[in-house]
Design a protein. Sequence first.
Length: 113
Amino acid sequence: MPSGSDRTFAADGVPLRAVLRAEGSVARIVLSGELDHVSAAVLRRALDAAADIAPGDVVVDLAAVTFCDAGGVGCFVECADRLQGAGRLLRVTNPVARVARVLRILHAEFLVD
């Protein structure tokens, strides 16, 4: 996905990388690595920036996320609530089975597109 308009979010010692790009009116974030209560700060920064770069929905691709805990899911839910207040949606796509299970257990499967 890298291109000249991509914006990358990461932090030293944090096993998560987020790449953000605008695709028309949609902001797309591709995550890779592990999403937990510590790395959720990287996700939060990317989600905050996504809300500013495109006027439409925010789509988060989880195909390369190998782990997700309640801290990551909470970050998604918090952002979804904020976007919904602005008439926009947060959509999560391509969760691997392990991540989809966590979303389901935490009753956040409504985010999956």
